[in-house]
Design a binder for this molecule. Structure first.
Ligand code: PBG
Length: 330
């Protein structure tokens, strides 16, 4: 039944019709806000390549948390940036480590009101900037597992509600699961960065976290952007090892992977709208070339439409505010 009986435009002629026909909706509850914590006091430093994003010292983290809660975003993932780095990344699991102190401060102050996620990786803590331990010039998979497990347990002890391994070592989800169970945290869930690609879109994050590798690159452990079937194997393995939620990262150049993962797996699915994606929108908007608000909401809607339940995004607070304004009819 084609034209003129069928007219697609009929359902587009009034905002009420468009609302009824809408297939995908954004909600602040779908967002996780990534944030950075640094050593020192009274610090709130803007990250040059990520305008509008800051690195906070522990004492000023409540400013970030209050802004999240005021916007209706109650989930954050924290990245710690230590002052001292060493080849083993010992700062990642130190009792008085930067991210541990941050979790303690936030969980003391906000309890369960603010959901705290720990990014489990070594790249911010190692002097060489790789995500694992170096043995004979290579990132050694199996030696890294214990350190990651240790890191996860220390974050949960400090108050993290969930841990998210982002290192791409084989077997890390099982290592974390076993260590958490043994430490008395069988109920703490794991959000696995299951399909994480070796992407140039992480550039601004590496400036922010001072975590760029000093030699080589991450192609020996992160995935080749050319591969889609392989992502399904990565995700299936992480589920077998005990992942409770899975992630595809980055989001925009990998929406086909998000879609495939959605169709194939029934776990809650997250996508990471990464630093380079954020920086591109900011740069174009600052030049007056695009409308930041419209472009951002379009991007986030597309990530949800592709199949993600949850989006990690630096635009979480802005987007939540914009959505609230739209509901208010402005
Ligand atoms: C740490 C980690 C990275 C990101 C999240 N966790 C960087 C990397 O793998 O180099 C990137 C996030 C972003 O670009 O926003 N391993």
């Amino acid at each position: 039944m084609g034209f003129p009986i069928t007219r697609m435009r009929r359902m587009r002629g009034h905002s009420a019709l468009r609302e009824m026909a809408r297939e995908t909706r954004l909600h602040p509850g779908d967002f996780i806000f990534p944030s950075f914590v640094v050593e020192g006091e009274d610090k709130k430093e803007e990250i040059p390549s990520m305008p509008g994003q800051f690195r906070y010292s522990v004492d000023r983290l409540p400013e970030m948390a209050d802004a999240c809660l005021a916007a209706g975003v109650d989930k954050v993932i924290l990245f710690g940036i230590p002052e001292e780095k060493d080849p083993e990344g010992t700062g990642a699991y130190a009792e008085e480590g930067i991210v541990q102190r941050a979790f303690r401060a936030l969980s003391d102050r906000y309890g369960d009101e603010l959901f705290l996620i720990g990014d489990v990786c070594l790249c911010e803590y190692t002097s060489h900037g790789h995500c694992g331990m170096i043995v004979d010039g290579r990132v050694d998979n199996d030696r890294t597992l214990q350190v990651l497990a240790h890191t996860a347990v220390s974050q949960v002890r400090a108050g993290a509600h969930m841990v998210a391994p982002s290192d791409m070592m084989d077997g890390r989800v099982r290592a974390l699961r076993e260590a958490l169970d043994k430490a008395g945290f069988p109920e703490t869930p794991i959000l696995s960065y299951a399909a994480k690609y070796a992407s140039a879109f992480y550039g601004p994050f590496r400036d922010a976290a001072e975590s760029a590798p000093r030699f080589g690159d991450r192609r020996g452990y992160q995935m080749d952007p050319a591969n889609a079937r392989e992502a399904m194997r990565e995700i299936a393995l992480d589920i077998e090892e005990g992942a409770d939620m899975i992630m595809v990262k980055p989001a925009l150049a990998f929406l086909d992977i998000v879609r495939r993962a959605r169709e194939r797996f029934d776990l809650p699915l997250a996508a990471y709208n990464v630093s380079g994606e954020y920086a591109m929108v900011k740069a174009a908007a600052e030049n007056g070339w695009i409308d930041e608000r419209k472009v951002t909401l379009e991007i986030l809607t597309a990530i949800r439409r592709a199949g993600a339940d949850v989006i990690l995004t630096y635009h979480a607070l802005d987007a939540a505010r914009w959505l609230a304004e739209e509901e208010g009819g402005t």
